[in-house]
Design a protein around this ligand. Structure first.
Ligand code: PLP
Length: 290
């Protein structure tokens, strides 16, 4: 990933929607964050990663809505979405046509002692996403929380917080086990999500993803993938999937905004077949203009 542009947003801006006054471009090599910022010292903030193709952010509205939902769950003042939208469209244009890019939108609680959230947005060019083509080896790992965690608001289930140290540790554990990625399972035995992706499983003509109500992130790419599958006449379904049902699926993939659909080629060491629709799905996801 190569950062091509960084913008800092003025958190006090409200409704003006004026890019010049409220958004400042900064040199990506220069420090801009205070050492007192709660995003850095406590992971106390929220973020979004948005795919970019041909200078346009993909599924931007879904990402902005989720940013606002995540902020509300953390009691961070509501972001001015019009400003974030304008900044995102501007930043995405810095990614050259014909290459894939990403926007990272970050909103933190701000510096200790201040009531002002910190917001910034970085645009990057992303490298070849070989896993989309070659597939991934996945292990299931216990997330150590039951689906009842979804009912405990202080656990922030469903918020995309900056606190990803556990997710990154799970990915390192996968590597130690000779795999590339993880499917988290709840302590009461339900399939949750990947550390940075949603789980999408095919059972015959049914495409199933775990219901976000069990305390996982509502995936924007999974939602787009459902659109792709239902356009092809397949049934799509949000449901509770028990871990022992996963090996019985016909195909599995992990989907997210930049890697898109990564087909699972082995699950806990057992080889898996890849859905022939994976490649057309990825072409369709990459070709989205909105
Ligand atoms: N679940 C988690 C925990 C994630 O971090 C992500 C993306 O980073 C996703 C699901 C997939 O979300 P999206 O498709 O909106 O990128």
């Amino acid at each position: 990933m190569t950062v091509v542009a960084v913008y800092v947003l003025d958190s006090r801006a409200r409704g003006a929607g004026s890019l010049d006054e409220s958004v400042r471009e900064v040199d990506p090599r220069m420090p801009v964050l205070s050492v007192l910022d709660a995003g850095a010292t406590r992971g106390d903030g929220v973020f979004e990663t948005v795919g970019v193709m041909d200078g346009r952010p993909q599924s931007l509205e879904a990402h902005l809505e989720r940013l606002a939902r995540s902020a509300a769950l953390l009691d961070i003042p509501a972001p001015d979405l019009e400003l974030w939208r304008l900044a995102s469209m501007t930043a995405a244009q810095r990614v050259p046509n014909g290459v894939q890019g990403a926007l990272k939108l970050v909103l933190t609680r701000g510096s200790e002692g201040s009531d002002e959230p910190t917001g910034w947005l970085a645009a990057s060019v992303v490298g070849d996403q070989a896993e989309r083509r070659d597939g991934i080896r996945v292990v299931t790992l216990d997330r150590g929380l039951s689906t009842a965690a979804a009912q405990l608001p202080w656990l922030l289930a469903g918020a995309k917080t900056l606190s990803y140290a556990v997710n990154m540790a799970a990915l390192r554990e996968a590597r130690r086990r000779g795999a590339d990625d993880v499917v988290f399972v709840s302590s009461d035995g339900f399939v949750l999500e990947g550390p940075t992706s949603s789980v999408v499983a095919r059972f015959g003509d049914r495409i199933v993803t775990p219901d976000p109500g069990i305390g996982i992130l509502a995936g924007t790419s999974q939602s787009s993938a459902f659109e792709f599958f239902s356009n092809r006449g397949l049934a799509t379904e949000y449901s509770r999937l028990r871990a022992e049902q996963l090996p019985a699926s016909d195909a599995l993939c992990l989907v997210s905004s930049v890697r898109l659909a990564a087909p699972v080629v082995s699950l806990d060491g057992a080889p898996r077949t890849v859905d022939p629709l994976t490649e057309p799905l990825n072409d369709w996801l990459l070709g989205r203009r909105e």
